[in-house]
Structure formats: C-alpha cells, structure tokens
Design a protein around this ligand. Structure first.
Ligand SMILES: [Zn+2]
Length: 93
C-alpha cells in the first residue's frame, strides 16, 4: 500500500476512486454497482467473513472475478464488509 505523502518521487494518484479503478481493473460504473449491491446485501444479512456476496455479484454480472478479488485483497478487503468499506472510502454520495 502506497500513498505516503512524504514520498514525492511517486506520481500521485489523484484520488481514491482512481486508485480503485486501477486496482480492481474495472470501470467506476462497475465497482460502484458492486458497492451498492454489497450495501444492500450487508443490510439484510451479516458478513460471511469472506467475499461471498462480492463473488456472487461478479458471477451473475459476468465480471471477471480473479482480477477483481485480487484487487480487493490488495486493498485490504478479505470479506464483504471490508470490500464495502474499501469501495465506500472517499465517498462520492
Ligand atoms: Zn466482513
């Protein structure tokens, strides 16, 4: 994880949404849809402790799961509620 403000050599990613788009390898419209889905799923049932709902969402929408899950893990999300938190950070809503 980078983002150290004391490391000027690294070109800054202008914001969290841009970072998400790069890390998750999907367009903003896609991960925003996942964020909304997870918000609804977590409101109705507890987190499974895994990326179960996220994987289900990806499968039903034919979103490649391997790069998406790798990106989520790289961003520190190991379960659905952490994925929701990652996707909601720097909230635009
Ligand atoms: Zn969780």
């Amino acid at each position: 994880m980078t983002g150290d403000p004391l490391e000027p050599d690294r070109p800054p990613i202008t914001g969290w949404p841009e970072l998400l788009t790069v890390a998750l390898t999907v367009e903003p419209v896609v991960w925003r849809a996942l964020q909304r889905y997870l918000g609804g799923a977590l409101a109705s049932r507890a987190c499974s402790g895994r990326l179960r709902e996220a994987a289900r969402w990806a499968a039903t929408r034919h979103v490649p799961w391997d790069p998406l899950s790798r990106g989520l893990h790289a961003l520190g999300a190991d379960c659905d509620c952490e994925a929701w938190e990652v996707l909601s950070r720097g909230c635009w809503c």
